[in-house]
Design a protein around this ligand. Structure first.
Ligand code: PGA
Length: 259
């Protein structure tokens, strides 16, 4: 394991003031963190992005937005454009989280358009994929993940592929009702993801893509998950919404993985 990636999507949580408190605490708890071993990232709601950018100036923690429209600007009430995010100076844009798909009917075709826009603006697209419970029950997980990836990556050039991060987040594992996937199951699906990347691009390029697992990650299961082959990082919700609990996971993994 060379370097692990640990990040959190806050979903629709935290005011601007809470954002500042969280990030200041996270920074003070992680002074001297070895960035060659761990890359942290946080994905707050839009309203907190300016203040988050301010708190994270001159730090190694990357900042992301939770969504973005594919057009530069236009008559799309309620949407946020890449130009607006560029002005803030975000690093990452999360695309296709299962809640966006479930509640706002986002499709793989739309996510594909957003990926192209993100690459144009030099944001790292963090693309979320994953099957629903009913797919898993009928052994359809691999097929779903393959199909999602192929559509989302359509027309993405080989020179750009290593700039894309993929988060495998099975829908049944996410949130209050979710239960974490078994590490062996995660390894199986991550292997499939890597295979699809090899099919679409060549071996070397495919190997350069970071693949993360997300869905009910916590302090107790984080190491078992991250030590699986083809798991380059963890994408964490609830267990990282306090700076203390996120730091506990960071320290635990650093110790288990590197020391
Ligand atoms: P969770 O959220 O860790 O709270 O299950 C994960 C996610 O939605 O990315």
């Amino acid at each position: 394991m060379e370097k692990i990636f640990l990040g959190t999507n806050w979903k629709m949580h935290k005011t601007v003031q809470e954002t500042r408190e969280y990030l200041n605490t996270l920074l003070s708890l992680n002074i001297g963190l070895d960035n060659s071993k761990v890359q942290l990232f946080v994905i707050p709601p839009y309203t907190s992005l300016w203040d988050a950018r301010d708190c994270l100036t001159d730090t190694k923690i990357l900042l992301g937005a939770q969504n973005m429209h594919w057009e530069d600007q236009g008559a799309f009430t309620g949407e946020i454009s890449p130009l607006m995010l560029e002005e803030i100076g975000i690093d990452i844009v999360e695309l296709g989280h299962s809640e966006r798909r479930q509640y706002y009917n986002e499709t793989d075709q739309e996510i594909n358009k957003k990926v192209h826009t993100a690459l144009k603006y030099r944001f790292t697209p963090l693309v979320c994929i994953g099957e629903k419970d009913r797919h898993k029950q009928f052994s359809g997980s691999e097929e779903i993940v393959r199909e999602q990836l192929k559509t989302i990556l359509a027309q993405v050039d080989i020179k750009d592929i290593s700039n894309i991060w993929i988060a495998y987040e099975p829908v049944w594992a996410i949130g209050e009702q979710g239960k974490p996937a078994e590490p062996s199951y995660v390894a199986e699906i991550h292997q499939v993801i890597r295979e699809v990347l090899v099919e679409l691009y060549h071996q070397k390029a495919a190997k350069g893509v970071n693949i993360f697992y997300g869905g009910s990650v916590n302090l107790a299961n984080a190491y078992q998950l991250i030590k699986q082959d083809n798991v380059d990082g963890l994408f964490i919700g609830r267990s990282a919404w306090s700076a203390d609990s996120f730091t506990a996971i960071i320290n635990h993994l650093l110790k288990k993985c590197f020391y």
